[in-house]
Design a protein around this ligand. Structure first.
Ligand SMILES: Nc1ncnc2c1ncn2[C@@H]1O[C@H](COP(=O)(O)OP(=O)(O)OP(=O)(O)O)[C@@H](O)[C@H]1O
Ligand SMILES: [Mg+2]
Length: 334
């Protein structure tokens, strides 16, 4: 796995972040696995440093799936990357707090990002596995690396654990596929490999950056089922997408981001039934799947709940669907 471990770029051309006095906003709340509070990130644009994420607050409880929805360029990936402490050149932490299970990883007192929560505390599934996976390393060993980053296991033990993880995300014939290179797998299978690596250390918080955007709808539904199971096991999910239909199938709560700021947040039902912000209304009416009918949104919510209830049977179902995906991949000669 590529885990670009850049530390946080701290805004220096702007006033330094100063520690706020303890207030209900800045105090850690044990109810939440992930707390992003008043986060501000600046980026370089046309030779100037400009705000890109503006006083963003999102809190996610253990076992909750929270959607972060917004158009391209609204600051979704910047936010997720800040939670991992992965600031690319040209992006800078300015102020605010990020806490994982109450532990501050980024804030006025830790402006350089504390990486100690990566792995067991927080992990991320990227949009494009082809970029995140090492193309010249067999996929099984990439999962082994992720396992051994946190746990002191022998190679044989870590390999057994990697095969277990591959099975849990619906990779059929995991022993054979362990030795495959990323290019030998279908897009859906590569995404499963990345999820297996991301959950290798059983993170308390899992960040997902549009992980199903590049997949066709059938495979997307299978991957969403895996995320539902991950949340059910107690992990807090922060799921970034531009697609409200995906949110309606996976999340209980959501935040809508527009030009770097949260314009609306609440439960799925409240936001879909009674959107307060113009941009949210626009987003709801322009989502083809939901268009013109809040009933459709509710139906899909019910369907998601039904899917949640069906997770007890999901191992069997997943194995069957994965077999069909395997058959599809093999039919394509992958
Ligand atoms: N490293 C960087 N340097 C300069 N500008 C950046 C950098 N990273 C992001 N930006 C800018 O910050 C804004 C938010 O970017 P971000 O990648 O978070 O958008 P996004 O919501 O994830 O969009 P998309 O849906 O297209 O992935 C954009 O205007 C982008 O051009
Ligand atoms: Mg993005």
């Amino acid at each position: 796995m590529t885990t670009a471990a850049n530390t946080a770029n701290t805004a220096t051309a702007t006033p330094a972040a100063t520690a706020n006095p303890e207030t209900p906003e800045t105090r850690s709340d044990p109810e939440y696995a992930l707390e992003i509070v008043d986060l501000c990130i600046d980026v370089d644009k046309h030779g100037e440093r400009v705000p890109a994420v503006k006083n963003l607050t999102i809190r996610v409880k253990a076992g909750e799936s929270h959607g972060l929805v917004g158009e391209s360029g609204s600051g979704k990936s910047l936010t997720l990357r800040a939670v991992m402490g992965l600031f690319a050149k040209g992006a800078y932490y300015r102020s605010g707090y990020i806490r994982i299970c109450g532990h501050e990883v980024l804030g006025p007192d830790t402006p350089d990002y504390d990486p100690s929560m990566r792995g067991k505390g927080v992990s991320m599934v990227f949009q494009e596995p082809a970029v995140a996976l090492n193309p010249i390393m067999k996929v099984g060993w990439q999962i082994v690396d992720a396992v051994r980053e946190q746990e002191h296991l022998s190679r044989a033990e870590a390999k057994a654990r990697a095969i277990e993880l591959m099975t849990s995300v619906g990779i059929t014939n995991p022993e054979d596929r362990f030795d495959a290179y990323p290019f030998e797998l279908s897009g859906g299978m590569r995404q499963r490999v990345m999820i297996a690596a991301a959950i290798a250390c059983k993170p308390k918080v899992l960040l997902c950056d549009e992980p199903t955007t590049a997949l066709d709808v059938t495979i997307q539904e299978q991957i969403l089922e895996i995320f539902r199971d991950i949340a059910k096991s107690g992990t807090a999910l922060l799921y970034v997408t531009h697609d409200l239909a995906v949110v309606s199938q996976l999340c209980e709560t959501l935040s809508v981001i527009y030009h770097g700021a949260i314009v609306e947040e609440g439960t799925l039902r409240r936001v879909f039934d009674d959107p307060q912000d113009d941009y949210t209304r626009q987003l709801l009416s322009s989502t083809p799947y939901l268009k013109g009918s809040m009933k459709a949104a509710k139906a899909s919510t019910k369907q998601a709940a039904g899917n949640g209830r069906a997770t007890a049977q999901s191992e069997t179902a997943r194995s069957q669907t994965a077999q069909s995906e395997t058959a599809q991949s093999e039919a394509k000669g992958e």
